[in-house]
Design a protein around this ligand. Sequence first.
Ligand SMILES: *[C@@H]1O[C@H](CO)[C@@H](O)[C@H](O)[C@H]1NC(C)=O
Ligand SMILES: *[C@@H]1O[C@H](CO)[C@@H](O)[C@H](O)[C@H]1NC(C)=O
Ligand SMILES: *[C@@H]1O[C@H](CO)[C@@H](O)[C@H](O)[C@H]1NC(C)=O
Ligand SMILES: *[C@@H]1O[C@H](CO)[C@@H](O)[C@H](O)[C@H]1NC(C)=O
Ligand SMILES: *[C@@H]1O[C@H](CO)[C@@H](O)[C@H](O)[C@H]1NC(C)=O
Length: 422
Amino acid sequence: MVLCKHKQPSVPIPTLLITLLFFLRVFLVDCQILETPSPPSDFLIPLIPDILNFLDQRVVQVIPIIQTFKNTITSDPFGVTSTWVGPNICNYTGFYCGNPPDNLTATTVSSIDFNGFQLTAPTLDGFIDQLPDLALFHANTNNFSGTISPKLAKLKFLYELDLSNNFFSGVFPTSILNIPTLSFLDIRYNFFSGTVPPQLFMQNLDVLFVNNNNFMLTLPTNLGDTPVVYLTLANNKFTGPIPRSIGKTSSTLVEVLLLNNLLTGCLPYEIGFLGNLTLFDAGGNLLTGPIPGSFGCLKKVEQLNLARNFLYGEVPEVVCALGNLANLSLSYNYFTKVGPLCKKLIQSGVLDVRKNCISGLPDQRSGKECMAFFLVPRTCTHPRPSSFNIVPCQIHHWTKPQEKTKRHLLSYSALSRNRLVL
Ligand SMILES: *[C@@H]1O[C@H](CO)[C@@H](O)[C@H](O)[C@H]1NC(C)=O
Ligand SMILES: *[C@@H]1O[C@H](CO)[C@@H](O)[C@H](O)[C@H]1NC(C)=O
Ligand SMILES: *[C@@H]1O[C@H](CO)[C@@H](O)[C@H](O)[C@H]1NC(C)=O
Ligand SMILES: *[C@@H]1O[C@H](CO)[C@@H](O)[C@H](O)[C@H]1NC(C)=O
Ligand SMILES: *[C@@H]1O[C@H](CO)[C@@H](O)[C@H](O)[C@H]1NC(C)=O
């Protein structure tokens, strides 16, 4: 293809294209326009007025960027890229145009939704970071890989970024820390590794899903600075105790998934401050100590999972008294006692205490196993032991059974790789 060999747009291309509109399509599809030294729009616009005049300048500028990206796609099982032809990019499957906030009379590519397209491309570099007006990018279940470009920080309107269920790797994409508009970040089910920058918890996000990666980090003490409503850190290698600062999220945090990490230490009393929490799941960690009585203040909690840890002591009756509890999962720990309210919950199938050390209940650990556990002296120095008995709220004794909702909570959807959460 002769046209493509000309990296300098100045000499032969204009004369050819000016009359042969047909070549526009071929040119855009087959050439690496982005590699030309001057911005492509400089020569395309005056040359093909009939086609491009009715298009907004901001749309015209991104045509070559999309075509360059299209050329990097090696697999497209649903054939979506076959619609990515011609200058009318607002009609391309997956692309949506809108009016940018800085000029409401202009038209631009404002969002991209590739969810489930299963496109394979080696990188998104040079693509989304070159779409300056992008507000939403959703790409759940594709075959994108590589690392995330630092240039992403240029996207000044970006507020939803969903890269979930792809093959991205490398360190946490710190460039997103410089996008103040970002409110939804979903990078679950990738191969990111290393640490998560503590600044992430200072960012003004509503939703943060980083579950099912290879992050390895002691939970930062500033975790509680986060204003997120939904937080999933599950299925990584986070270590250290749950920071006491988590209590600071009381006016915002609704669901938190910490399951299947390597968290240690005792449950902080401050979790009891989270009055809006509906879901708390820290199952499958290395947590120890008793359940603080403050958990009896989680008056909205529906799902509380602490199974598969090293927790012990009595299951607090104030917790079993929580009116909205639909599932209290404490199996595979070392609890030794349950009171009458908890026994009722066992009967109704809400409380699961299988494989503990509670005498008189079926399906418990062997005496030998329990003895071996309690032979090792166990104390919680953090938080201070006395805090375990404090219940910092007024306890209601429910006279009639509450309406128990078994609805599927939003964060649990994030544990399925191709489930869409939005
Ligand atoms: C683009 O989509 C609009 C609205 O659906 C339609 O009217 C128009 O014919 C389409 N244009 C092209 C070139 O497909
Ligand atoms: C806004 O966009 C329109 C359409 O592209 C353009 O004509 C106009 O010059 C722009 N206004 C500003 C202030 O940039
Ligand atoms: C996704 O990419 C992997 C390699 O990175 C490849 O083995 C697999 O076939 C690709 N899947 C599809 C649907 O193209
Ligand atoms: C629950 O959230 C509301 C609204 O964000 C807030 O005003 C309230 O203080 C929170 N409740 C508790 C118990 O923290
Ligand atoms: C309760 O929660 C646990 C832990 O998430 C889960 O394994 C179990 O299936 C749930 N039980 C019911 C009845 O939903």
